[in-house]
Write a new protein. Sequence first.
Length: 234
Amino acid sequence: MFTGIVQGLATVASLTDRPGLRSFELAFPPGFDSGLEIGASVACDGVCLTVTQLPGPGRACFDVMQQSLGLTTLGALATGSPLNVERAAKDGAEIGGHPLSGHVDCLGTLLSIRQPENNHVLRIGVPASHMRYVFAKGYIAVNGASLTVAEANRQERWFEVWLIPETLRMTTFGHKQVGDVLNIEIERSTQVVVDTVRDALDERLGPLLPALEKLLAQQGQSLDDLGAALRLPG
């Protein structure tokens, strides 16, 4: 498990392609690899990877399957690419963000960047299949960073996050440009509540469900908004 609090920036030192597999060697910031062992988990841009080799101080190697390369941004990394990294949380660790699994749910696209004074606002587009789980004031993980959703537009399928200077300093977000692809992990408790509400309504209403959806749409709402209203605290 991870907390979504990025602990530093790593750099791709080298990569090697083999049939169905790509191996990365990452260079970590000073002290990041203290006590790191083979078999340990590290979130790399939000993707949980397992340490396979420790070639030297400040370095670690990871193997990534072809499927994961296709479903995440890792397939686009090249030598010198920076990425957000976080060590797996230990028992009793403070959860400064929200619990993450390191399993990417979908890819988002950076649609726009605004820079009001002392802030950096990212508007990110996501597929409709996962936008149903994104709500204003809720949590979401972007490239492994736990962020709070400032605004969400379900019809246009985008959400916004506001980043303070410290977040930009500790992550790769300050280097991102419009059109860049990002790893998205939705918040699990929100997903559970939304899916449970949809399943319960489907079971109870059956053929009446389309009529309810139409009525809600006329009011600018959806079944997913009902799920948001019933979201569990925290």
